[in-house]
Design a protein around this ligand. Structure first.
Ligand code: ZN
Ligand code: ZN
Length: 343
């Protein structure tokens, strides 16, 4: 009796398995064949052996389609797309923000004209920076997005276009001269090379940069908490809200404008100055009073002024503060200064 029941249950579960489970392998192959026959361009396909995950991403005449072999298709229309990107800026209160910026529909709507036969599409037909994209250059990341880098016509940097399939009618666009977007194998590294943030006196022509990471679904997953200035200085973004930012600006501007120690080869005078001091009569002339030996200054640069080390001449006692090592220069008590580093 017991074994009869067991046999029946086994039979029942077998029937259920067969009738409920689709044969995804067959279905998958069938779809691929069908799409090829219809002339659609397959961007990406995946079918795991266990039959758990399967998708086909393809380009149709006016859309990109993600088919997961389920009941409905995910459709990304290519005929009307607004542009978006992430921009770093300071808001009306002076606070730093990094947020999604959608170009208003009224000013910029793009479309991609698909040419299935020649396997290419023309993006932004009506816009200056239009791009003719070969399908083979479009890279698909799983079933999340597809991106393509196109050489910027007015520069060496790449413009980037990303179709995030979960954001229909929004095309991610960045122009390489102002923004870079690079896929790192897991997410996108983005660099805003021209953030719209407040800049201080003396820093208007310096390079400001802000970096973040964006997921393959188009969301920001990591943000720097600082802005880089001139490739080496960091300003915490919080300094914008607190007003401390001005003192950062001042420090950086001062640091970017180096001063030097100059040494006169005739009168041995040492001065600190951004540029070569004026020539003119050496002051020693006035001490000796002898008009027959009057000399004019002859300046040589000893070193860039800094803060790391203090050097003193063992003979004349003159001191310089620098991050480098001072050069020789005429010394009043010998041919040249003899520098020794103080603590
Ligand atoms: Zn002099
Ligand atoms: Zn000396």
């Amino acid at each position: 009796m017991k074994s009869k029941w067991l046999t029946f249950l086994m039979f029942l579960s077998m029937v259920l398995t067969v009738s409920c489970g689709k044969d995804y392998n067959a279905l998958f192959q069938e779809r691929i064949t069908e799409l090829n026959k219809e002339g659609k361009y397959i961007l990406n396909q995946y079918n795991d052996s266990v039959g758990k995950e399967h998708y086909i991403v393809y380009i149709d005449v006016d859309k990109i389609v993600v088919d997961t072999l389920g009941d409905s298709l995910q459709v990304y229309p290519l005929n009307v797309m607004e542009h978006f990107q992430y921009r770093a800026k300071t808001d009306n209160n002076g606070k730093f923000v990094f947020e999604k910026e959608i170009t208003p529909k009224s000013t910029l709507v793009s479309s991609a004209q698909v040419d299935l036969k020649n396997k290419e599409m023309l993006i932004d037909k009506n816009i200056m920076q239009s791009a003719n994209v070969k399908f083979k250059d479009i890279k698909c990341v799983g079933k999340d997005c597809a991106y393509v880098n196109v050489k910027n016509p007015s520069g060496n940097n790449n413009n980037t276009y990303i179709f995030f399939f979960n954001k229909p009618r929004l095309l991610y666009v960045t122009y390489g001269n102002y923004h870079s977007t690079i896929f790192n194998g897991k997410s996108f590294d983005i660099v805003d090379k021209d953030p719209l943030v407040k800049r201080g006196e003396g820093l208007y022509d310096q390079k400001f940069e802000y970096k973040a990471k964006m997921s393959t679904k188009g969301e920001i997953i990591q943000k720097d908490d600082y802005i880089t200035v001139a490739g080496e200085y960091k300003i915490p973004v919080s300094a914008y809200a607190s007003g401390e930012v001005d003192s950062y600006f001042a420090k950086i501007a001062a640091d970017l404008k180096p001063t030097y120690y100059w040494n006169c080869q005739n009168c041995y005078k040492v001065v600190k100055s951004e540029s070569k001091p004026e020539s003119g009569f050496c002051e020693s002339n006035f001490f000796t009073g002898s008009t027959s030996t009057w000399t004019i200054h002859s300046w040589v640069r000893l070193c860039k002024a800094g803060s790391l080390h203090t050097y003193q001449c063992q003979d004349c006692g003159v001191q310089v503060k620098t991050n480098d090592v001072p050069k020789m220069g005429a010394c009043r008590y010998g041919a040249n200064h003899v520098w020794s580093q103080l603590q």
